[in-house]
Write a protein that binds this ligand. Structure first.
Ligand code: ZN
Length: 349
């Protein structure tokens, strides 16, 4: 079974290894139409100065954004693809191309602070190395009112040759003012088997590992720079808790060694899947390796606990950024999750 840390750091792996190779987009069937459209727009000189790529975020989207940026700065594109060998391509690959200004996705940050946007903008004004300055913002729905306003001024009157490339998944959470200034390109949703196929072809893993990678690849869930997250041990710990094996808190070790925001996101990712299995509904893309644990959780909880557990997990996620008493908050969560009185307690706080 594939449970090594390579999976946990998959986003980092994808960004470092995959995006420099245009083949990673060629393997993403669900992005082919969008890429062809972008290529036509670039060819006709009609790429909107504020482009919003709207679709499922994750490693393939990051690869698309990066490949598009390189296509724009490449000195001699080959049949619509970045050549990979010119000076601009090589500098971009090393992350040292001076006119690419990037605000990467960060699972830890629900909001983009205004200072972050200001320094991004300042940087974009400072350098003018090639034909075009690129400002890349991933998961642009993270803009809050202040940072959104700071960016808005620039979007309303874009400086010469400044190109904005943004990605979004939850477009309804994007500030309307920002949304109205960006031209949206809707990307097709990938089917689970397409995503698994993409992982198989791009990093050459076996089918079972590819299934897991497709399921877990969610920038709001797993931070690629977090190598210690062992999702399988974390899941198994919940199963053992729910089934009441051993002393109540003995299985908690994997939860205590996982950063709480990561733990919170994983539990919130897992719980709707458990509820669907409990109700006998299909779950698209559920990895076979994960199915037994999910089914045992589905058997351990009743339907009346569904909302209460969900509410409790959301509360835990809200507390997760708080530095005080991390162990205590994890233990309280664990105790609540195995408490049969939970639904009543949640209803009458
Ligand atoms: Zn090139």
């Amino acid at each position: 079974m594939a449970t090594d840390n390579a999976e946990a750091s998959l986003a980092g792996l994808a960004e470092q290894r995959l995006v420099s190779d245009p083949a990673t987009i060629r393997h993403a069937d669900w992005l082919a139409d969008a890429w062809a459209r972008l290529d036509r727009m670039i060819g006709a000189g009609r790429l909107p100065h504020g482009l919003l790529l709207h679709g499922r975020l994750g490693a393939p989207m990051t690869a698309l954004l990066e490949t598009l940026a390189r296509r724009l700065i490449c000195e001699s594109p080959q049949e619509g693809w970045p050549c990979g060998t010119c000076r601009a391509c090589r500098q971009a690959e090393q992350g040292s191309f001076p006119d690419i200004h990037r605000l990467a996705d960060d699972a830890e940050h629900r909001d983009i602070p205004v200072d972050t946007i200001r320094s991004l903008i300042d940087g974009a004004f400072l350098t003018r190395f090639g034909r075009m300055r690129l400002v890349l913002i991933e998961r642009v729905e993270r803009l809050n009112r202040a940072s959104g306003n700071a960016l808005l001024k620039l979007l309303e009157e874009p400086p010469d040759s400044m190109q904005f490339l943004c990605t979004v998944e939850q477009v309804d959470r994007l500030l309307p003012t920002i949304r109205s200034r960006l031209q949206r390109l809707r990307l097709r949703e990938p089917r689970p088997e397409e995503q698994a196929g993409w992982w198989r072809q791009t990093i050459g893993c076996d089918p079972e590992q590819a299934e897991l990678l497709a399921f877990i690849d969610d920038p709001t869930l797993v931070d690629g720079s977090e190598p210690t997250f062992d999702w399988q041990a974390v899941t198994e710990a919940w199963v053992r808790l729910a089934e009441g094996r051993g002393t109540p808190l003995a299985p908690l070790a994997p939860w205590l060694t996982t950063p709480r925001p990561v733990l919170a996101r994983w539990l919130l990712r897992l719980w709707p899947v458990v509820a669907r299995r409990h109700a006998g509904l299909p779950v698209a893309g559920l990895p076979r390796a994960l199915a037994p644990s999910v089914d045992r959780l589905a058997a351990a909880y009743g339907i009346e606990q569904w909302l209460a557990v969900h509410t409790r997990l959301i509360r835990f996620a809200r507390e997760a950024g708080h530095p005080l008493h991390p162990e205590l908050s994890v233990e309280h969560l664990a105790l609540d999750l195995v408490d049969p009185r939970l639904p009543r307690r949640i209803e009458t706080p």
